[in-house]
Design a protein around this ligand. Sequence first.
Ligand code: MLT
Length: 312
Amino acid sequence: GLVPLAGAKAQDYPTRAISMIVPFAAGGPTDTVARLIAESMSRSLGQQIVVENVGGAGGTRGAGQVAKATPDGYTILLHHIGQATSATLYRKLPYNVLTDFEEVGLVTDVPMTMIAKASLEPKDIAALVAYVKENKDKVIYGNAGVGSASHLCGMLFMSALGTPMTTVPYQGTGPAMNDLVGGQIDLMCDQTTNTTGQIKAGKVKAYAVTTKNRLKALPDVPTMQEGGVKDFEIAVWHGMYAPKGTPPAVVAKLNAALKQALQDPKVIARFADLGTEPVSQERATPEVHKAFVASEVAKWKPVIEQAGIFAD
Ligand code: MLT
């Protein structure tokens, strides 16, 4: 077929709406970050960015769709740490995490919270640890599938306790949260972008945050460390991607709009309410993002192999 006139097209880009694939169900934390960023980027690019939720297989179905899309800048991906962990968790991925994407830039690092249905008995994280060790796979843990951040946090928690739980996968932690609030499942580790509101409304019980220090947004929730769960630190970084081969001038335009969104007072304020903040302008470059993905794949590979949890 015709080789697209990259130069000319890139110069006019964007001339129509852009699709931003979110590889999890609507209403979850990834979707929340995506819609906030998309709304701000639409303004600076002068074209609508339409968020499309493509769930399944812990985020790898949506990521795969973008890897195979036409590299013209009209299909982009907003994904998180699962982009790096899935490289090891899925031994037969239909795409290569390190070579099938153009990184556009990092977006934000979101803390996680270990939360439970409001009626769960243990009164604090130390009691929860004893409860899970006692009840093992009678404890129902909800996540967004192997490769999701909630899966990774649960895997680390089960490894730290040396105890299995029964896990129930959802298309995203939006739907999983509905079942947690309804009491259908017992426990979930999810991002503050999804849990802060429910915790403050008393709809779920917050046992710990997964960061080194307590969060301004949730000052009364202790850290895992305080609760005696050592070396348990995880923050869910989010990044934006285009398919490999997207013209550099197009990637540069997307990156410029992303960097502008990360300085948008509305985005900053909303992120703060949700317990997070945009990455610095220095971190929001394609080069830094690309190097970071490679380092994260290398970081989590031995941890996942040691846990022995693979999706396929
Ligand atoms: C995850 O656990 O990876 C996310 O919370 C999924 C989502 O954004 O729904």
